[in-house]
Write a protein of this length. Structure first.
Length: 217
């Protein structure tokens, strides 16, 4: 029986350590031209959740990727991304996903942030993304990207996810939630990090296969 990640198998499997449909679509689109089968946590049964308690995006991305790879036994890709608002001292930052509390909707997070900025003229903000790729045992690869913009006065657009409706990108005169997938991938924090990864992905696949060949099945 051939192991799914044997070096002779050209269809390497990689799992995205997320159940977020928006992220899944973006990553599958960005890596569609490569000889890798992209899965997500939705393709597997329940696994324990990782507590994202790191102090940096890098810490949380690595923790997610390494844990998922170890539990499922195949390479894993995780990203930790968030919105840093200058007027709020960098908040919500690494707490972006839980800014309005556990289990809250994207709309609730956006409304809380808009409320925090009510009456504040300084609207500069930066989206940051760190991507980590890990194998079940051993080191990980890291890529990062960022995008500067401003926080709109209200939610605009119905595409995307997370804080996309309130993150306005002046060069295109659109919020992230008004952009097509192609537009967003060209300019977004995640798109830039993925662009860096994509430019090296042939080498990444070689690295992954070499690492996997050294690991016991």
């Amino acid at each position: 029986m051939t192991h799914p990640n044997d070096r002779t198998n050209k269809n390497l499997q990689m799992v995205l350590a997320t159940r977020n449909e928006g992220k899944i679509v973006e990553y599958q689109d960005l890596l569609k031209d490569f000889d890798v089968q992209i899965k997500s946590l939705k393709d597997f049964g329940p696994i324990p959740q990782v507590e994202e308690d790191g102090d940096t995006f890098d810490d949380n991305a690595y923790k997610q990727a390494a844990f998922t790879a170890k539990v499922l036994g195949i390479p894993a890709l995780a990203d930790d991304s968030g919105l840093m608002v200058k007027a709020l001292g960098g908040l919500p930052g690494v707490h972006s996903a839980r800014y309005a509390g556990e289990g809250t909707t994207d709309e609730e997070k956006n409304l809380k942030l808009l409320g925090a900025l009510k009456g504040i003229e300084e609207r500069e903000a930066t989206f940051m993304c760190v991507i980590s790729i890990a194998v079940p045992r051993g080191p990980a690869l890291t890529y990062e990207g960022k995008c500067d913009g401003i926080i709109a006065d209200e939610m605009i657009g119905d595409k995307g996810f997370g804080y996309d409706p309130i993150f306005f990108y002046p060069p295109l005169n659109k919020s992230f939630a008004q952009m097509s997938t192609e537009e967003k991938n060209r300019v977004s924090h995640r798109g830039k990090a993925m662009g860096e990864l994509r430019s090296e992905f042939d080498k990444v696949l070689i690295w992954l296969n070499q690492r996997l060949a050294e690991e016991p099945f």
